[in-house]
Design a protein around this ligand. Structure first.
Ligand code: PGA
Length: 253
């Protein structure tokens, strides 16, 4: 197999889990593993733990990020958190457009696009999540949905910016279901996404962008997924809550 030209990026998405103390203990346990791992290891943590985790991970290789960000810069938006605020708290990246945000909080592509741009404007790395539902897949619309979410999410984003981003392919039917997509299905979807990026932003952007897979990633399926040529990393939900299982996944790189 041809040597990879860039490090794979494996991010744990804790969703609405972990207190500050739990988060700090996890990072302390992950640090020695991340230090000797060839992949870049990251954690998308709750806002409340961001600052503490960033301080804990300060001298380590672990990337720390948020799970969401406001599409606005500031103002009378009770309960919202801006890109400048998460940067100030120590974030290096943020997830945008996770399917739980799209489904449960009715986030639309236009908002997702504004969030991507807010992050880029302050020098943070967006992790843009896209993926089809089971009904969309079964009706043969998966590519159409992926292309729409990709192009809408990246509307107005430059090729140079795309090259530094992470796109996470997360089929909705695979999230939290223990039914991960097969490595062959993931490779097929990633090759399609990369070809769309070539068409829209050029080859350099497509070579630079990191394409992660997410959806029921676990220690038993991580190696098969990571071995696919167009899989540049993983976004891990449930299996990132336990230090042992997350380390097992990271060590599959
Ligand atoms: P899961 O979640 O690994 O629990 O399926 C992945 C995600 O939602 O990012």
């Amino acid at each position: 197999m041809k040597a990879r030209s860039k490090a794979q990026v494996i991010i744990g998405n804790w969703k609405m889990n972990k207190t500050i103390a739990e988060a700090k203990a996890f990072v302390a346990g992950l640090e020695p593993v991340a230090a000797k791992c060839s992949a870049v290891v990251g954690l998308a943590v709750p806002f409340t733990a961001l600052s503490a985790v960033a301080a804990e991970a300060h001298r380590s290789k672990i990337l720390v990020g948020a799970q969401n960000v406001s599409e606005a810069d500031n103002g009378a938006l009770t309960g919202e958190i801006s890109s400048r605020m998460i940067k100030d708290a120590g974030a290096a990246f943020a997830l945008v457009g996770h399917s739980e945000r799209r489904r449960d909080f009715h986030e639309q592509d236009v908002q997702v696009n504004l969030k991507v741009k807010r992050l880029l404007a302050v020098g943070l790395r967006p992790v843009l999540c896209i993926g089809e539902t089971l009904a969309q897949r079964e009706s043969g619309a998966a590519h159409e949905v992926l292309a729409k979410q990709l192009h809408a999410g990246l509307n107005g984003v430059t090729a140079e910016q795309v090259a530094g981003m992470i796109i996470a392919y997360e089929p909705v039917w695979a999230i939290g279901t223990s039914k991960a997509a097969t490595p062959a299905d993931v490779q097929e979807a990633h090759a399609f996404i990369r070809s769309e990026i070539v068409a829209g932003w050029g080859k350099e952007a497509a070579d630079g962008v990191v394409l992660q897979y997410g959806g029921s990633v676990a220690p038993h399926n991580a190696a098969g997924l990571l071995s696919q040529p167009d899989v540049d990393g993983l976004l891990v939900g449930g299996a990132s809550l336990s230090l042992e299982s997350f380390i097992e996944i990271v060590e599959k790189n």
